[in-house]
Design a protein around this ligand. Structure first.
Ligand SMILES: Nc1ncnc2c1ncn2[C@@H]1O[C@H](COP(=O)(O)OP(=O)(O)O)[C@@H](O)[C@H]1O
Ligand SMILES: [Mg+2]
Length: 239
């Protein structure tokens, strides 16, 4: 059986007194792609923030390839090989493309090979090579998304978390981003893809988790959920 790349077990998380995640558990198998769905405010980004150590959970555990990382710093969790492409891209707008990538560089965990360098990121996204001296803030939305993905890859992760990478992009650019995600999966990365677009997630994901009001409403293999013909609108909390 494939090992688990990432496990969240019974996570409770709060912003101040506001209880946002209620016993959220999810499991990402090594080399698999998990689609994390839910409408706005369901707790998707909060789950990612807990995973990368930006928001310590009040209860529960986070495990990366069998190592407990609950409550560790973002730096320590990154060193375990977890990278987040944040919602809204969040590149350094006043730095150049090359500088954005260079500052994100990190050697891979343990003795894993160094897959991602400026050269290999530029090979994946030739547009970024062409624009390497350009200020990131002047890139189009799609180019900024590529740069955000490139920045995450520069840390040579084993687990890649992508928080709504298709948000606000034109359909053709979304298709490019999705094909990049497929290629990264083929290279063996374990991926969580946060999406509001059900069709996009079902197209690429091996497994699906749907959050509703900070709780897991449904989970399972994509093919199995499709066979069951679920009422996704209801599960997503859209009435
Ligand atoms: N920094 C914050 N402070 C307080 N509440 C927040 C903060 N970020 C998110 N929330 C609230 O937590 C809930 C879950 O948000 P979020 O995880 O961003 O949802 P999603 O990513 O699924 O849209 C929402 O009710 C949201 O308003
Ligand atoms: Mg979000």
């Amino acid at each position: 059986m494939a090992s688990d790349a990432l496990v969240l077990r019974e996570i409770d998380a709060f912003y101040g007194d506001s209880h946002v995640l209620h016993g959220v558990s999810l499991r990402l198998g090594e080399g698999r792609l998990l689609g994390l769905l839910g409408r706005n405010g369901a707790g998707k980004s909060t789950s990612m923030n807990v995973t990368v150590g930006l928001l310590p959970p009040r209860h529960g555990a986070v495990t990366v390839f069998g190592s407990g990382v609950t409550g560790r710093t973002p730096e320590a969790i990154a060193a375990q090989g977890v990278a987040l492409v944040p919602q809204g891209r969040r590149v350094f707008r006043s730095l150049t493309v090359r500088e954005n990538l260079a500052v994100a560089g990190r050697r891979p965990q343990g003795r894993l090979p160094m897959l991602w360098t400026l050269e290999t990121v530029f090979a994946l996204f030739p547009t970024l090579r062409e624009r390497h001296q350009q200020i990131a803030g002047s890139l189009s939305g799609g180019e900024q998304q590529m740069l955000a993905i490139g920045r995450a890859l520069m840390s040579n992760p084993r687990v890649l978390l992508m928080d709504e990478p298709s948000e606000g992009l034109a359909p053709q650019i979304v298709a490019e981003v999705m094909s990049t995600i497929r290629r990264l999966k083929e290279q063996g990365l374990s991926i969580v893809l946060v999406e509001q677009n059900v069709k996009l997630a079902f197209d690429v994901a091996d497994d699906i988790v749907i959050l509703n009001s900070g709780r897991v409403a449904v989970e399972g293999q994509t093919a199995e959920l499709q066979r069951r013909g679920l009422d996704l609108r209801q599960l997503l909390g859209i009435y």
